[in-house]
Design a protein around this ligand. Structure first.
Ligand code: HEM
Length: 463
């Protein structure tokens, strides 16, 4: 029986196209928040529209976030756009629910829980040092965004998947960039469309990941892998039920390798890029930031000076980088890499006096609570001290990593790679911006020119 409630106000727009082009255009012009604010003014806090071919309800605010992140699978399921599903695969975590979701998430979590991550800090540090030696030292100008993408991709390849440096890794990174570019595109599959190029890149990645799986399977059979949990692929291959049958199918391994690589490198690279932008040595432009920069520098310098030159960072030292992490959190508040996401109503839902019909999408947006001045006073001011007392921030209001059972499992991983990278950058270099700091959302926020910076290496560097 249908509820007597009515669906939220708004219009579903032109069939198929709906409001997707409006939203994508606003994101590219960096006016998506304004576009949504106009909807709120016109229709109120809950309204209907049509996005990526589906009727959708846009909701925002603390209660809306709580509803999205904590509703169980009998009410809401995860929902991706058609292009995301086609590119990442229908057995990746984003598509799974209930026990299927839990099983795969537990396997991935084996690598991403803080206990395991403690072991990775030194390796992560090595990767960052190699990267700085190859791409920063001896240079006067660099482009931060592409470099951070290379760094975070290399970290994931080495640490999580044990994929060695070389031609294959480089091919893989090219395909990833190509695939990601079409992820939020209109799914029109004709030769030369963005979506078509992404699909081709995704097929290339799939083939390569299948080859990695074959190699790791062989090593496992030869008992070469003394520690079956040494990388994520080997671990998923080793997972067995009581009858010694593989628990995770080969397709699930492929889909989730692609998901973790996508979710894990683009997001962190954007966070670090925005941190580099904020910590630029531009006192005339960023007088307020100068204080942040000097606090951050003092914290990192103290850690660098407390240890012998060349010694790798430790988990305990990362725990001391409290101020730097607050700067990163404030960066995530103002420039969340993930703009928002979708869930699907599994049944007719009554929400806030309205009916959300079964099958409709629900669109949640990070920025709307991050820039709400009742939660974060003076939201356009960059102020890391907001995070000094974490409990003062109400639950479900700071949501760069989502929340609830689907909350980003890579949170700690991202924290470690951000802190290690910023440690080396601020203790070894100063930098100035070489272009304006305008950015667009594509769909993640990216500085339009890739953030070119002029760098100066500090004398007597302690690294
Ligand atoms: C600054 C860095 C990062 C940000 C801002 C971020 C943000 C997010 C967000 C908003 C979600 C969706 C949550 C939801 O739908 O409720 C998510 C999911 C996910 N993230 Fe991250 N992420 C980051 C880094 C990482 C890293 C480093 C990894 C892996 C190494 C990772 C792996 C994943 C996975 C696998 C999911 C899907 C979880 C699920 O559906 O159960 N992320 N992330």
């Amino acid at each position: 029986r249908r509820s007597s409630k009515r669906v939220p106000p708004g219009s579903l727009g032109i069939p198929i196209i709906g409001h997707s082009l409006h939203l994508l255009r606003a994101m590219r012009a960096n006016t998506a928040e304004k576009w949504l604010q106009q909807r709120i003014q016109k229709y109120g806090p809950i309204s209907k529209l049509s996005l990526f071919g589906k009727p959708t309800v846009f909701i925002y605010g603390k209660d809306a976030n709580k509803f999205v992140f904590t509703s169980d699978t009998s009410t809401l399921s995860n929902s991706q756009t058609q292009s995301v599903r086609a590119l990442l695969g229908d057995r990746c975590l984003l598509e799974l629910s209930g026990q299927d979701h839990k099983g795969v998430r537990d396997a991935i979590g084996l690598f991403l829980n803080p206990e395991s991550l403690k072991r990775y800090v030194g390796k992560m540090d090595e990767e960052v040092r190699i990267h700085i030696e190859m791409h920063w030292q001896g240079k006067q100008e660099v482009k931060a965004l592409p470099l951070m993408k290379t760094l975070t991709f290399n970290i994931i390849c080495t640490l999580l998947f044990g994929i060695e440096r070389g031609a294959r890794r480089e091919k893989l990174v090219d395909w990833f960039q190509e695939m990601i570019e079409g992820m939020w595109s209109t799914p029109i599959n004709f030769p030369f469309t963005r979506y078509n190029r992404s699909l081709q890149a995704s097929a290339g990645i799939r083939k390569m990941v299948n080859d990695f799986i074959d190699e790791k399977r062989l090593k496992l059979a030869q008992k070469d892998a003394t520690n079956p949990q040494q990388d994520l692929i080997t671990c998923m291959l080793s997972a067995r039920d009581e009858n010694n049958r593989e628990v995770i199918t080969e397709k699930e391994i492929v889909d989730n390798v692609i998901l973790v690589m996508t979710a894990g490198h683009d997001t962190s690279s954007i966070l670090i890029t925005f941190l580099i932008q904020l910590l630029a040595n531009e006192p005339s432009v960023y007088a307020a930031i100068l204080k942040v920069l000097s606090f951050c520098f003092a914290e990192q310098e103290e850690i660098a000076n407390s240890k012998p030159k060349g010694e790798l960072l430790t988990w305990e030292e990362l725990a001391k980088m409290k101020y730097t992490w607050r700067v990163a959190q404030e960066t995530l508040r103002m420039f969340p890499p993930i703009f928002g996401g979708f869930r699907k109503a599994v049944k007719d839902i009554e929400y806030d006096g309205y009916l959300i019909p079964e099958g409709w999408q629900i669109f949640w947006v990070t920025n709307m609570t991050h820039t709400d001045n009742t939660i974060f006073p003076e939201p356009s001011k960059f102020d890391p001290s907001r995070f000094e007392n974490q409990v003062s921030i109400p639950p479900y209001c700071f949501i760069p990593f989502g929340g609830g059972p689907r909350m980003c499992p890579g949170y700690e991983f991202a924290r470690i790679e951000t802190l290690v990278t910023i440690h080396h950058l601020v203790t070894q270099f100063t930098w100035e911006l070489l272009a304006d700091n305008f950015f667009k959302r594509d769909p993640m926020p990216v500085p339009t020119k890739g953030l070119p910076i002029q760098i100066v290496q500090k004398p007597n560097v302690t690294s």
